[in-house]
Design a protein around this ligand. Structure first.
Ligand code: AVJ
Length: 337
């Protein structure tokens, strides 16, 4: 059935002079149209990171309850040299590709340690945020002028640089960002990374592990309310970019953690029955009182599962560095032949 038949034309028509929105899969308009039309409603966490959302995420990373950032930084510091040896067993020159580098703070600290022990290093941070790459470039020039930095802005699978002869590629995917994917998406992602690498190249994953459920839940439900503001910011973004009329006071952040599946989930719960309209989509969405929008999942892993996952995607699990106090792992994966 064509879209026009579902609602009277008058209810869906955008302003007469507005071009129809691009609603292809993977566009904000298309993903919101389908996500809010589905049961249960859902929105992709990849849309959290507009300028305001990125700033809120930086605040999350400094929250006492949000342990992953601190634990990962501690592991990178503690094991910097062992990581270099595990990632580059032949001691070849390294092209370090960081997928979603953000401002690259943790990685620059790692580069500093690697340069100290004489590694030949070129660093290619890749991110969709030009702003973040700009800040990274400035930070690098200030703190590590000896490091060759070549930022790449855009979708990393499209901008992936061709391997240089005699340089080993080492891909970094840190921050437990893999955890935002479903299992199927994570497999697809890892296979795509593997397809860009040559046999013997490496991938370093930072992955949050299963632990006391209270600790995990607290990381996604801070008393300061920063995670709530981060989650609600998604609605603010839709108001701005899709001409929607979400009342932010009509929704509340709800976080859960299921220790059986090892997955933290975030939702926005509608505090009353309400209808929200999008000018750009020419579409209305009804909410029951208590109805939720599922906005994010953060998978917590265990070693056997990670081993099976990377092995199914063309890698071998080569080394595993785990924090003794708060379970979190740096996983060295080697691209198999
Ligand atoms: C950046 C995806 C790793 O899932 O822990 C933090 C994002 N969401 N608090 C995570 C996030 C809510 C974060 N990742």
């Amino acid at each position: 059935m064509s879209k026009q038949h579902r609602l009277p034309a008058a209810a869906r028509a955008p302003a007469p002079d507005a071009p129809p929105a691009d609603t292809a899969e993977g566009t904000l308009a298309g993903d919101v149209l389908r996500g809010l039309g589905a049961t249960p409603k859902r929105l992709s966490s990849k849309y959290f990171y507009d300028a305001r959302g990125s700033r809120l995420f930086e605040r999350i990373m400094r929250l006492p309850s949000y342990y992953p950032t601190r634990v990962e930084a501690r592991l990178l510091r503690r094991h910097a040299r062992a990581l270099l040896a595990a990632l580059t067993p032949t001691g070849a020159a390294v092209e370090l590709l960081e997928l979603g580098s953000g401002d690259g703070r943790k990685t620059l600290a790692l580069c500093r340690e690697w340069l100290k022990v004489g590694a030949s290093l070129s660093y290619r941070p890749m991110d969709i945020s030009a702003q973040a790459l700009e800040r990274l470039g400035q930070r690098a020039a200030r703190q590590l002028p000896a490091l060759a930095v070549h930022p790449l802005c855009g979708d990393y699978f499209r901008t992936w640089p061709l391997p240089q002869a005699r340089r080993q590629q080492v891909a970094l995917f840190l921050g437990s960002n893999l955890g935002n994917f479903t299992d199927a998406e994570a497999h697809r992602f890892l296979r795509r990374v593997r397809a860009h690498l040559r046999a013997g190249d490496s991938l370093l994953l930072g992955l949050d592990l299963r632990k006391d459920p209270h600790t995990v839940l607290a990381a996604y439900d801070d008393p300061e309310g920063v995670t709530a503001a981060f989650n609600l910011n998604l609605l603010r973004r839709l108001n701005r970019e899709l001409g929607m009329d979400f009342d932010l006071a009509g929704f509340r952040h709800y976080a859960s953690y299921c220790p059986l599946q090892g997955v933290a989930r975030s939702f926005l719960a509608s505090l009353r029955a309400q209808t929200v309209h999008s000018r750009v989509l020419g579409e209305s969405f009804g909410f029951e009182r208590g109805e939720v929008i599922y906005t994010e999942q953060s998978q917590k892993y265990e070693r056997a599962g990670v081993d099976a996952m990377v092995s199914a995607c063309g890698f071998a699990l080569h080394a595993w560095f785990e924090d003794p106090e708060l379970p979190y792992a740096l996983v060295v994966c080697r691209a198999r032949g």
